[in-house]
Design a protein around this ligand. Sequence first.
Ligand code: ATP
Length: 653
Amino acid sequence: MADRDRVKVSKSSIPSKKVRIIGKIRGFTDQESQSLTQDSKKWITVEKSQENNSSKVMVSFESKSTSRKDPYELDYCYEQDEDIGLIYSREIQPMVLEVLDGRNASVIALGARGSGKTCTIQGSREKPGLAVMAMSEILSEAMNSGKSVCVSLYEVIQEHAYDLLDPKHPQVKILEGAQGKTHLKGLSQVDVKSIQEFHNIYFSRVSSQKSSQKIPTEKMRCHKGLMIHVSPEDDNLKTKLTSKMNFVDLAGYEDPRRNIKDGTIFTESNRTNKSLYTLLNVVHALNVNEKRVPYRESELTRILQDSLSGTSHVLILTCLNPSFCQDSVRSISLVSMSRRNTKQVLINSTNKTRSSTKVKMPSSIKSGKIPSTSLTMKKQIASSILSSKKENSSILRGRKLFDEEKSNNSKQLKSPPEDTSARKSNLPQVVASDVTPFSLEQLQTQDKSISDVNFAVEPIENDTPMPISPNDMAIVLAEKDVSPHGRSDNLDAAPGRLGEVNVPLKKNEDGAPSLTERLREISNNLKSLSSSTPSRVKFLENVVTPYSSHIDPKTPVMQRAVEIHHSPRGAFCNHSSGVKHSLVQEYLKFLNSANKEELKGLKGIGEKRATYILECREETPEPFKQLDDLQDIGLSAKQIKGMMKQVAGELFN
Ligand SMILES: Nc1ncnc2c1ncn2[C@@H]1O[C@H](COP(=O)(O)OP(=O)(O)OP(=O)(O)O)[C@@H](O)[C@H]1O
């Protein structure tokens, strides 16, 4: 690269965001161009706007099935007429400078099959991609500054990494060294002195589709990674001062449920997508500054760990097919979710609750449009939701933004985002997986009446029943009161309370109580709960939930706990939804812990599914966190409902 170009990249162009998420719509192939007619509609629309000194880019798709467009927000989106040179100078060159300065950087391309990832990252000898352009600049800069450059190439197939530079393609072992440094045992590093040398290595090894794995490549998708190591010539400083630049071409995203009939492809697809989901969970955790970043949950993120953490910068490049492709929509919906800044921090002088729980808020709250509601009310809503989620920490803690192919993502596509009605009855599922920016400060700034409002919120202890919606209450009840295993600390000491009806459970041979036994106990707890005094369950009167369609404009008198005045039917409904929740939790617990034979005893689970469940458990200790997760093992929503009905019915046999 010429010096004058080099000068153009000033320090100011160094990315300010830790993870930048952009899109790139690839050009039409010759075949696609031919099939375009004059009437062909543009499938993807990119709207760029400037807001408060920051640019906002919304990408939307014209869906074949509906006329509705779902907009997704990205940091930027390069359109078909914006070429790769522009992406390089704007996005990659600043990262190259950082790498030459001793920091790590990663560029990760993802997207549906055929969306142009390989062409963008690798390109060809004639039309070099981003990695080749970066390598060219790194080599010339390294030569000037007396640094050495070497490269590694690897692929990740089915959660196993293999070295591509060693002809035997040995498996790479990922070891964690001191200070979070990743040591990749078995990954070759080859010195590179010229771009020609690099071409020979890169285009021959990465392009050769035949890997050593005896797996048909058309079936096995894989992630391909290039790691450029830049080190000082002095061997003593090498370990300390080597920086890395990663380029990863992720396997084309593919909805595993499309191939549901073929169990092998389903499993393979889910495993391959695992890297993507984990990567996006990592991105999300980094974006919101979470303490725990789930690097360890996939091989790829383990490999990249020291290039994603610390001061490194990451570019997620979402490649998009220019003509209709459902997987493109899905992939952009995933990345845009991971991009949202979802740190939920409730800063309230009277409430010490601090939470980073991800909370799905209805659109009215999202937009701050609760016109006739006072701030106190909003505070109450915020407190209620955040605190109720805290109550449900056992459900939410460790819940990730993306699990392996969660149906929530598809829900986002299937149902309009504005439609909160579907969510009303489904709170515990959406809160954990789908996220929306929300903070109390946002509410405050959006409410002009802030100064007039008396903050009448009482201190709330973490273990105090919170003013929450009936739905939430049901969950809290389930969590605190009717859990068949965990007795509520403050309840079971009193006579006639839940703890007393807990008879020892009949255990299986391995010591675990059988599902029927667990469910029977829930049933007993329900009876006990129904007959117990309602004063133990305290709601706020007239609680306004953000999920209710009508919001009473009155400023509520906040009380710590008010007796509930429910009709018997209302009370029964609350109790039974709590029990329903408990039953579901028990069922999931059972799926997460039962042995193969026990699993096969369940309706809808045969040999294949039982084996798959065990495989999933090897990868993630508790793969089933909500009922929808059962769709990952190929069950339809209808089948899942049928299974639960059967389980519930067994209680009365
Ligand atoms: N900018 C472009 N203009 C025209 N055609 C392109 C462009 N980029 C890629 N293509 C074409 O699109 C097709 C798919 O590209 P590519 O192989 O890079 O996709 P991919 O996302 O890596 O696919 P896979 O997920 O299957 O590996 C190829 O035929 C390629 O030539």
